[in-house]
Design a protein around this ligand. Structure first.
Ligand SMILES: Cc1cc2nc3c(=O)[nH]c(=O)nc-3n(C[C@H](O)[C@H](O)[C@H](O)COP(=O)(O)OP(=O)(O)OC[C@H]3O[C@@H](n4cnc5c(N)ncnc54)[C@H](O)[C@@H]3O)c2cc1C
Length: 456
């Protein structure tokens, strides 16, 4: 029987418990920059019969939250499930929170990416899950809050336009575009049609590729909404009379994942590029790190001609991810080898980035000269090695590398590179299935092949 009150089952704080060493006493509000005095965020329902499955998810970006959602969805109804999410910044504290939010299933040469149909469809499903949670929150707000939230929409269905800028790849791109997905079409259009979509656009080779169904996501809001969807799944469970579910957020820096042994049945490393900084992981995880600065641009009041509401975002040597008629994100720089994961960008770094990005943006959208820098932010990408299937994320069990434990399995889900939104949904689902079955069988071999190279 379900108790009418929610029963919190956070890790006990006994002197022998390693949590006491970490100097925190209650779960935190997970939102970025929240203060440590925030209200406890604890979501559970109770049905105390079976020993629970305890999962620690390290990192609250695209990877971590997708795993959390899919664990909640795929866990057997009668199995109590306890999820603790750890992050030292908050939800969207890493690259996910600063990503441009351009979501489509194609390579720069408009070729469908690995498992494009599945990845695209799972991403759309997860975006829809988040959007529903976001809307349900808006419905419960007072009018002022609701209006504010609606203005901060999660998804813009404005599409994406890629003008061809390199005559060398023209035929290849045109051919690739013919093999597009039915659910995310690519229309090859000429200059006139492209300019009708984006007034003022420059189309140097009289050819552009238009993806009308591609999405523009507000990533920070998306992540907050996905977290909310997970919370809702926990509380919904309460009314259904099934086994206990609980999810807590802990604000904490992680240095060595072996700290978690003994407390959890599964520990999942979803730390993005920073997975490489964990003790012993530098040698295991073949990630190349690359810092990217995004310039948040505003159209100054002196200019009346706004970016049209339904005009697509633009992909080129630089991208323009349009957020509203007077604000867009311009990105991104690629500083290979950087280990700087700070979101904060100094004035010097910001002006260097704008100097680099403006000429690239002007080549396709000359009107960018009317826009000014409002803010610059940055994220560190963890780029995986190239395989015959392209650059694929790294998944799998890492017990062989960190020292297994009969009661606890260690997993990794990293290397989402520059395509985190595209990969996170399907691969988060596969990761959750692997954790629940305690087996890598659900993970395609091409995502595990990096482990063979480590062993050599
Ligand atoms: C400038 C830029 C633009 C991008 N634009 C796009 C785009 O338009 N579309 C797209 O699909 N992808 C884009 N990407 C790529 C995308 O952002 C990444 O693939 C994705 O964010 C990786 O997600 P993740 O969850 O693996 O890592 P992260 O988002 O980095 O999440 C890791 C989390 O772990 C936490 N963490 C890390 N280390 C520790 C630690 N030791 N202790 C505690 N917490 C820790 C961090 O705070 C963070 O919240 C972009 C990336 C950049 C940098």
């Amino acid at each position: 029987m379900i108790t009418s009150q929610s029963v919190a089952c956070s890790p006990p704080l006994t002197p022998s418990n390693p949590f006491t060493r970490w100097n925190f006493t209650q779960p935190m509000s997970p939102l970025l920059m929240s203060s440590s005095s925030s209200k406890s965020m604890r979501f559970s329902c109770s049905l105390p019969h079976q020993p629970p499955l305890r999962c620690a998810i390290l990192g609250a970006g695209f990877a971590g939250l997708s795993v959390a959602w899919h664990l909640l969805q795929n866990c057997a109804k009668e199995l109590p499930l306890f999820i603790d999410i750890f992050d030292d910044v908050g939800i969207g504290g890493g690259a996910s929170g600063v990503a441009a939010g351009l979501l489509h299933p194609y390579s720069p040469k408009v070729k469908p990416l690995w498992r494009s149909t599945e990845c695209w469809s799972e991403s759309l499903k997860l975006v829809q899950v988040a959007e529903s949670a976001w809307c349900s929150r808006v419905q419960n707000m007072d009018t002022e809050g609701a209006v504010r939230s609606l203005n901060l929409s999660l998804i813009k269905k404005r599409g994406i336009l890629r003008p061809a800028v390199n005559s060398k790849n023209l035929n290849i791109m045109d051919n690739n575009a013919q093999n597009c997905l039915a659910s995310c079409r690519i229309e090859s259009i000429d200059k006139d049609a492209a300019v009708a979509l984006v007034p003022g656009l420059s189309v140097p080779l009289n050819l552009a590729f238009y993806m009308p169904e591609a999405l523009n996501i507000h990533c920070q809001h998306y992540l907050e909404a996905l977290y909310l969807a997970c919370q809702n799944a926990v509380t919904d469970n309460m009314s259904m009379g099934t086994a206990t579910r609980e999810m807590n957020f802990w604000k904490k820096s992680i240095y060595d994942i072996r700290e978690f042994a003994g407390e959890y049945n599964a520990v999942v490393v979803c730390l993005g590029a920073r997975a490489a900084f964990l003790t012993g992981f530098g040698e295991i995880v073949p990630l190349r790190l690359c810092r990217g600065v995004v310039a948040r641009m505003e159209l100054s009041d002196n200019f009346r001609e706004e970016y049209p509401d339904h005009s697509p975002s633009i992909l080129s040597d630089a991208w323009l991810a349009v957020q509203g008629p007077r604000n867009l994100q311009l990105g991104s720089t690629w500083e290979w080898g950087s280990t700087n994961h700070s979101r904060t960008v100094s004035d010097v770094e910001a002006s260097r980035a704008v100097e680099e990005l403006l000429p690239k943006a002007s080549a396709v959208y000359p009107m960018i000269k009317n826009w000014t820098l409002a803010e610059a932010v940055a994220g560190l990408r963890g780029m995986p090695p190239l395989t015959s299937h392209g650059s694929l994320p790294l998944l799998g069990c890492v017990d062989d590398f960190v020292g297994g434990n009969p009661n606890c399995q260690y997993w990794i889900f990293a290397g989402l590179g520059a395509k985190g939104l595209y990969y996170h949904a399907l691969l988060g689902k596969l990761m959750a299935q692997a954790i629940l079955s305690r087996s890598e069988d659900s993970i395609p071999s091409e995502l595990l092949s990096w482990k063979q190279r480590v062993k050599k």
